[in-house]
Ligand binder design. Structure first.
Ligand SMILES: Nc1ncnc2c1ncn2[C@@H]1O[C@H](COP(=O)(O)OP(=O)(O)OP(=O)(O)O)[C@@H](O)[C@H]1O
Length: 694
């Protein structure tokens, strides 16, 4: 062939500068484009062989070699696919690939990065010009009698084509890297990019450095393969007393190791995968040495093709770091991490891989969001996750409970974010009670209803004398007053008590336990939103934090006879505390608590506490909480000797110190003290101990 010179296109002057500048941060995608072209070429050649139009040579092994050469500043991609004839280079590279790239850039050159392409698919062969000043193609077609072709273009509008010298069928593409992209000639950088995009390419990919010193390895002779290049045969000396023939070893040129796993686990039939394989795959892909809790293998052929594995990682709740990674692939070619348009947002806390060859990738992200097909994919994934979880709840409750603390933040997040997921999960949600047993919401409601009944009867009975408590209400069961009370009870919401911090709220927990009362434990950040969600779903229940009030069952009745003196005591205690704490708005309530060890405690109504939390969330921290009425009420137990002492020794010089200490102790179990409050508390505690020394 004569040397052929040509012009790419008339209006193409501007395209190369645009390609060169194209989204600087992921310039490295050219590697994926080159390798996937090589994979396609190999697939096509295998197909031709299958159709009888070509016969693969004996021992044919499909592979793509990547050779970096830092001295010459080049990067080569060599495949043994079907190759191209001169006409094909002309048509596919000069015309089609070029017009593809032009169209692509025309469409997207004005787009901002917020609306970028999913993985920039479609740029294809010309993405090489993002990193190269010159690109050369050396190719030999599989067709009989084909002449090798050499094509070169310097990224301008011109190219040159002539006979080449390639002797084997396939294509070799050489990139002469530009000054800004020399990093890709570095073996380690190249390896990094290949691992990112090509770890699961359907063809083996090998990386090497040009002119590198050969590396060797020594293997047992029996392991020698025909393809090994033998350097030396070694006969090991027998050790003393060793029987049999001496061991024969062979020194060979180190076997190249493919960077791609051509049969990723997700493509296998789930019934053929072992636990060890799932764990090994997880560790390899996510570099997470911890074992995942469990996983879901997605395997769907109809109505769309989707395969993948989703892992539930062990979440480090201590640091609240629940950030996962979902890797999206298209026919084993990596597209991108965490494409939120395809994968439901709440699943992003998982770690996993999803391969969906049917996804439309040549559209922008915003178009993807409104794509009916993509939405179906997202729905399918979230349904599968719910199925797995509800299945586990039914058939493997033991493990489900074991994992619950780790997986529940994610599940709750899912319920909040995805109505359908919440609906599917609703009967499989479980709640840990004070004995660390797991109950369903139905169980919790049933139990709490029982609790409310004792509370109600307690409230009714408080009007009567203690002695008359037992059995006194049944006589009047038919009275109108009782009917009204029943109706009111029906309308009344069932209260479910919950604990947000088992350590801080331990005093309340102990009091609950002592009276045989129960509460559920909801310690995660997401729980405050989840509690509101549950209240919306179950209009007949209300959630109260364990320190929202003093449950009736924790109190002794105040008999009619006592009432007057009790009120007097209460009034004087309120007065003393307001004076000593120098706060005449201080909310103080006096009770007869059954637990005589508790002298003081604090309660804050659920509504007010939620209000205060909201203020905190919106950064209104510095404001005076009393402005919003969010001040805790101090509860004093007249059954406790310290409180009795105050009533009986109003003039004692120790009254101020006791009042302040009782107040701080109550607050400590309710909320974290401020630095000033804590300092005062510690100093005062020391003073109190000094009194012991006297
Ligand atoms: N290594 C190769 N071996 C054989 N043919 C190739 C090779 N690389 C590119 N081609 C030919 O050039 C054409 C254009 O390649 P290009 O990468 O620009 O687009 P594409 O692969 O068709 O689509 P995409 O935009 O998804 O990459 C290919 O369709 C193919 O026919």
């Amino acid at each position: 062939m004569e040397v052929k010179k040509g012009n790419l296109s008339i209006d193409s002057e501007n395209i190369f500068p645009i390609i060169k500048k194209w989204v600087y941060s992921d310039h490295d995608i050219f590697v994926r484009e080159m390798i996937s072209n090589g994979c396609d070429a190999i697939t096509k050649l295998k197909k031709l062989d299958m159709m009888g139009e070509y016969e693969l040579p004996d021992g044919y092994k499909a592979k793509i070699q990547v050779i970096v050469n830092p001295e010459e500043k080049t990067m080569k991609f060599i495949d043994n696919g079907l190759g191209m004839t001169a006409e094909e280079v002309e048509e596919y590279i000069t015309q089609i690939a070029f017009s593809g790239a032009t169209q692509f850039l025309e469409k997207y050159k004005d787009k901002t990065t917020e609306d970028d392409m999913i993985g920039h698919f479609g740029l294809g062969f010309y993405s090489a010009f993002m990193v190269a000043d010159e690109v050369q193609i050396d190719t030999l077609s599989y067709k009989e009698g084909a002449t090798p072709v050499h094509w070169a273009s310097q990224g301008g509008t011109e190219y040159e084509m002539q006979d080449g010298s390639k002797e084997t069928v396939g294509t070799e593409i050489t990139l002469f890297l530009n000054e800004d992209s020399l990093e890709f000639a570095n073996e380690y950088r190249a390896r990094e990019v290949l691992e990112k995009y090509c770890s699961f390419m359907p063809v083996e990919v090998f990386l090497s450095k040009a002119n590198a010193e050969p590396e060797y390895e020594t293997i047992d002779e029996e392991d020698l393969l025909d393809t090994d290049e033998v350097v030396e045969r070694i006969e090991e000396e027998k050790k003393e007393g060793e029987e049999g023939e001496p061991k024969k070893k062979v020194k060979i040129v180190k076997r190249p190791v493919s960077l791609s796993d051509t049969h990723p686990l997700w493509g296998k039939n789930p019934s053929e995968c072992t636990k060890d394989e799932y764990i090994a795959f997880y560790r390899k892909v996510f570099m997470d040495y911890k074992e995942p809790l469990f996983w879901i293998h997605l395997n769907m052929d109809y109505p769309f093709n989707l395969k993948g594995i989703l892992y539930f990682p062990k979440i480090n709740t201590e640091y609240e770091s629940i950030e996962g990674t979902i890797k999206l692939y298209n026919n084993q070619v990596f597209i991108a991490d965490n494409i939120k348009e395809v994968i439901p947002e709440f699943l992003m806390v998982l770690k996993g891989v999803i391969d969906c060859p049917d996804l439309p990738l040549n559209v922008s992200r915003s178009a993807l969001q409104n794509d009916g097909f993509v939405n179906k994919v997202a729905d399918y994934i979230s349904k599968k996750v719910a199925d797995k979880l509800t299945g586990m709840f039914k058939t493997d409750r033991e493990n489900y409970e074991k994992y619950w603390d780790d997986i529940s933040p994610f599940i709750k997040f899912g319920c909040l974010k995805d109505e359908k997921f919440g609906e599917k999960m609703k009967d499989s949600m479980i709640y840990k009670n004070l004995d660390h047993k797991y109950l369903t919401l139905e169980d919790v409601i049933k139990e709490s209803k029982g609790m409310d009944e004792t509370e109600d009867s307690g409230a009714e009975n408080s009007e009567n004398t203690d002695a008359a408590t037992e059995g006194s209400t049944s006589d009047s069961a038919d009275s109108d007053a009782d009917k009204d009370a029943d109706n009111a009870k029906e309308e009344k919401k069932t209260s479910i008590y919950y604990v947000t911090d088992e350590v801080q709220q331990s005093q309340y927990i102990n009091m609950f336990k002592a009276q045989g009362q129960d509460a559920i434990i909801l310690t995660h950040n997401i729980d405050s939103a989840f509690v509101t969600y549950l209240e919306q779903k179950h209009q007949d229940v209300q959630f109260l934090r364990i320190d929202a009030d003093v449950h009736e069952s924790l109190k002794d009745e105040v008999s009619e006879d006592e009432k007057e003196s009790f009120q007097k005591t209460a009034d004087s205690l309120v007065e003393i505390f307001r004076k000593e704490l120098n706060n005449d708005k201080l909310d103080v309530k006096v009770e007869k608590l059954k637990d005589e060890k508790v002298a003081s405690m604090a309660v804050l109504s659920e509504q007010e506490r939620r209000m205060a939390e909201m203020m905190r969330m919106y950064g209104m921290n510095g404001m005076d909480p009393s402005m919003f009425g969010t001040q805790a009420t101090l509860i004093l137990n007249v059954n406790h000797p310290l409180v009795k002492f105050l009533v009986e020794h109003k003039r004692s010089k120790n009254v101020p110190i006791i009042c302040k200490q009782l107040y701080d102790l109550a607050m400590l179990a309710h909320k974290p003290l401020s630095p000033e409050e804590m300092t005062a508390f510690v100093q005062r505690s020391n003073e109190i101990m000094m009194l012991l020394t006297k």
